[in-house]
Design a binder for this molecule. Structure first.
Ligand SMILES: [Fe+2]
Length: 477
């Protein structure tokens, strides 16, 4: 039997809390007390600061971590461009890989697994907006990885924070800050600059990445929901300090940098994973989507899908996200007199969706499959397909649990999200006829009252109002 993700038990310990100020030491006494930058750090370590925001960022946004390591991160050779023929995450600089802005609704079959490449070479830019050099926008990647990274390699992106959503297989991620095991139905965030190495304990892996060129992910406001709901802070897990010891000078390590979309490489003769202790609030973390506390309507009309937001990366405009990470987990539908699938919709935001497993409840048939994707760009109409609409319009509205065994997600962005040549052509997964199959079969059913149209719609569509209580009417008509 092949090893599956579910055969891989958790093997690391973590410290819990979102945007918490953590401190951790792999050797007792490695963290200096009081001063961050003592003249002589404990145990002969070097002091190093990693800044995730400007020094002067407001206190509630400021993110930084102090690292105490065997040798500083700056101790390496010059970087040189690397493998531009096979590695390409920068369509802006390559005319044959430019971003195409198109209004069509797009949907992709499951992307192929690839047993021949490591993590760094598994990243395919599918869609995006903006420019990492201007710290503006986002990139959406499909990864399909089949090989461990070389034991003497480390990778980082200077371009943005990676929100990694595995769909198939397990990622064992060694970071400067310690280890993370990320399985399907878990996600992790590796902020920009943090060096890491990915290995595959269950074989090939596939999934989705949202790279945030600007800002960082945060938890959404909860407003009237109160102090606990959706993704709770305590369920986010950060690594504890763990380090390798190899500074003999006899082994060459390669440091790979994704920098403005291109890949660069430098060498060093000591392990990049030599952080013995750290303290701060800028670190990688993971989250189990099964811990999401789903909210929804218990009367009528389901809320906007923002009610399912796990993480949000705000733009400079309040309430408008560069990227929202939204999930559609198993949940109960109990609302009365309500069309239960999502409504038909056109959005000033763009909506990229993926499916981790199971069957998404707003579509019928096999068009939207685990490992596939869809994109409904700015103002492109979308919603339940004709078959789903027909079924939902006639369904008995008893309480029902939807999405069991399923987990769909959305990256929703305020930007117009363009698609690369890889997404349109090279991957060969773009479906033909998505629109024709989904919405063109919808029939007009409008009838004027004199033609027999029912002005009341479904029975009881009018809610019970104060006058109904006074007169004893049920509100049904
Ligand atoms: Fe929508």
């Amino acid at each position: 039997m092949p090893v599956t993700a579910f055969d891989i038990p958790e093997k690391y310990t973590y410290q819990n809390g979102f945007n918490a100020y953590h401190e951790t030491e792999a050797v007792p006494g490695a963290l200096p007390i009081g001063a961050n930058n003592p003249q002589k750090a404990p145990l002969g370590l070097y002091n190093e600061k990693l800044s995730g925001t400007a020094f002067t960022a407001p206190r509630n946004e400021n993110q930084q971590t102090w690292l105490y390591r065997i040798l500083p991160a700056s101790s390496h050779s010059d970087f040189s461009p690397r493998e531009s023929a096979t590695y390409n995450t920068n369509p802006e600089n390559k005319p044959h890989e430019r971003i195409h802005q198109i209004p069509n609704q797009l949907r992709w079959d499951p992307f192929d697994l690839d047993e021949g490449v490591d993590w760094v070479h598994s990243l395919h830019l599918l869609a995006g907006a903006g420019d990492p050099a201007m710290k503006s926008g986002l990139g959406i990647y499909i990864f399909a990885v089949g090989k461990d990274m070389d034991p003497h390699e480390a990778f980082y992106s200077a371009d943005g924070d990676f929100l990694i959503v595995p769909q198939h297989g397990v990622l064992d991620i060694q970071t400067e800050f310690g280890h993370l095991l990320v399985r399907p139905n878990e996600v992790c965030v590796i902020p920009r600059g943090i060096r890491y190495r990915v290995t595959l304990p269950s074989g090939p892996a596939r999934g989705y990445i949202c790279e945030l060129y600007q800002g960082h992910f945060q938890l959404p406001e909860l407003g009237p929901m109160g102090s606990n709901a959706l993704a709770n802070s305590r369920d986010f897990q950060a690594p504890i300090a763990a380090f390798d010891e190899d500074h003999s000078g006899s082994t060459t390590y390669t440091l790979l940098s994704k920098f403005a979309g291109d890949l660069f490489a430098a060498t060093q003769t000591h392990t990049p994973f030599d952080v013995v202790a750290w303290h701060g609030n800028y670190y990688p973390y993971k989250y189990d989507l099964g811990r999401f506390n789903t909210m929804g309507s218990i009367s009528y009309d389901h809320p906007d899908p923002s009610i399912f937001t796990v993480l949000t990366a705000p733009s400079d405009h309040a309430g408008t996200a560069v990227a929202d990470f939204v999930i559609f987990p198993p949940r109960w539908l109990v609302a009365e007199d309500t069309f239960r699938p999502p409504w038909y919709h056109r959005n000033t935001m763009s909506e990229f969706m993926g499916l981790i497993g199971g069957q998404y409840d707003a579509k019928t048939g096999g068009g939207f499959q685990p490992g596939g994707a869809s994109l409904h760009n700015v103002m492109s109409g979308h919603g339940p397909d004709a078959v789903t609409h027909e079924k939902a319009s006639a369904a008995e509205l008893k309480p029902v649990k939807v999405g069991e065994g399923s987990m769909a997600f959305m990256f929703e962005s305020c930007f117009m999200v363009g698609v690369t040549d890889w997404g349109l052509k090279t991957c060969r997964k773009l479906q033909e006829g998505y629109n024709a199959e989904s919405w063109e079969p919808l029939k007009a059913r409008f009838r004027r009252p004199e033609e027999g149209g029912n002005v009341n719609g479904t029975k009881g569509h009018r809610r019970v109002e104060a006058t109904d209580y006074l007169t004893g009417s049920s509100g049904d008509q």
